[in-house]
Design a protein around this ligand. Sequence first.
Ligand code: MSP
Length: 645
Amino acid sequence: MPNKSFYITTPIYYPSAKLHIGHAYCTTIADAMARFKRLAGYDVFFLTGSDEHGQKIQQAAEKEGVTPIEYVDKIVAGFQALWKRLHISNDDFLRTSEPRHHRVVQEFFRRAKAKGDVYKGEYTGLYCTPCESYWTELQLDENGCCPDCHRPVEKVSEEAYFFKLSNYADRLLKHIEENPDFIRPTSRRNEMISFIKQGLDDLCISRTSFDWGIPVPDDEKHVIYVWFDALTNYVTAAGFFDDPEKFKKFWPADVHLVGKEIVRFHSIIWPAILMSLDLPLPKQIYGHGWLIVDGDKMSKSKGNVVDPNLLIDEFGADAIRYFLLREIALGQDGNFSRDALIGRINADLANDLGNLLHRTMNMIGKFQNGVIEAATTKSKTDDILMGDSWELVSAYESGMEKMEISPVIRRLWTFIGRANKYIDETAPWALAKDPEKKAELATVMYNLAESLRVISVLISPFMPETAPKIWAQIGMTQDFASVRLSDVKTRWGGIPAGQHIGEAEQLFPRIEVEKEAAPAKQEKPKTAPKQEKKAEPAADGVITIEEFKKTELRVAEVTAAERVPKTDKLLKLTLSLGEETREVVSGIADVYTAEELVGKHVILVANLKPAKLRGIVSHGMVLAASDGEKLRLLETDMPVGSVVR
Ligand code: MSP
């Protein structure tokens, strides 16, 4: 049977500005999904690229005294180099300036016109040049400016071709309503439904005021204008013209991953164009949130644009990838800060993962001359570790299928925590002193090495550079590229007994914040430079805003609650954060009944280290107010998943 296929795309990026950490965020998510699907045995096609046409590019090229293609060539080479450094495993890179794309866009134009969906008219609109978008009066912001970039718009009139978007409003609405997963997350889906219900205007799809674009067939004074050109890239690369077999296999795309502000173009304009051509619609548009920096939107004028290349120089690609994927709940806006990045590197990578690896390697080296001996004994502690590994692999697979990346990583780190605890519980140093305990020691060492084998496979979509290094350190000889999820799904015991470990190498040295110099090469904020590194002395328990910001507070809905048996105070709550479900144990059973809690919107401390209470792992804590006698949960009518700050 042929493998199942999976086609995922990122937006194609404008080569008008340097790529920043926000672009790297989107591409890293898509890459993690592509790598996971390959691991799960799918045939994957992962596309990214560059959106090269338009007035802005033409103007920028003129300013530099070069042709538009010369101008974009250089910038696009920079994109490609960055993706390589970040270990982005795209299967194709589409440039809209390529002939293969021109042919498809012109064919799309011809077919839509033949269908009666394209007509010539006169466009008068409020145009935002930087965003290359027309807006209606109603859509402008409170100052009458562009609702996206908040710069002034100008009234523009010109002869233009239009696409009859209005023809498709009803069909679109029906499709969105009948396919709950077509637009994710739900908040974006709801926005799109109300947008369509307000009525759709026809879409201007050509311009005559510049010529850096794809000419309209048989009317060459027009070039095809932005979204009609850009969106079509997804079918060009899937082989619409060049490779019908490939097209059959990969179209419709499984996921168009895009930033929240362009969900509209992908979930309204793009499906309407495809409907006009009688082509199947993509299965899902996923709108991720925006990355802000130290609580502020990134912008050149603020001087807070974070260059991913400089971060990779300083911390390495895997640490950045890990941070982006772990820290930010997909679909929500998320904050990037150096402090938080260093915090994660030290806590999760150097401490949790790094310690597990180093302790295991050291002990196998010291106690067993570097040989992983067969496990021949079995204790309850061994069973718990193994059991957790099974549970992990299945939670991992189902979570990743739903693109719940951050929760999956958190679950993976719970297992790393379990394995570290297993070392403390089994105390191999004591076993090593007792010749009678040789077999138990061998079992403990085997189980630790095996845990690392599982971990190395499961972290590979997130940290593709680190994963094969761990694999090699525990002495695995199978080519890591051939490893599949089934290698850790089907059995505990994938390490052949008698295997020699490889060379130990410290993968994530701790970053000493105190000693660390300021980020010399990073673009420095021009406004109020951030006070970092030295933790402020805590005067009377005062904390800095940075310290407070480390606490991730989110609105969650209680979807189920039950008493923890044999306790007076504990309730086990199931909480929904929208895209994610959590279990939290809370000591409120003397104040609330389980039934009255269901449906409440409460505040969850979402990044609290998991803790075990009466055998149940609690992933967070709900906030309550107390005057010493009374206690009430903090409630809100804000939607599930909202960030509290
Ligand atoms: N060229 C269009 C997309 C056409 S797709 C057929 C475009 N390009 S862009 O370069 O401006 O933006 C590309 C993507 O980067 C968008 O999805 C946008 O949301 C994302 N991001 C830009 N800044 C971002 C952050 N600060 N954070 C996260 N993503 C952000 O739009």
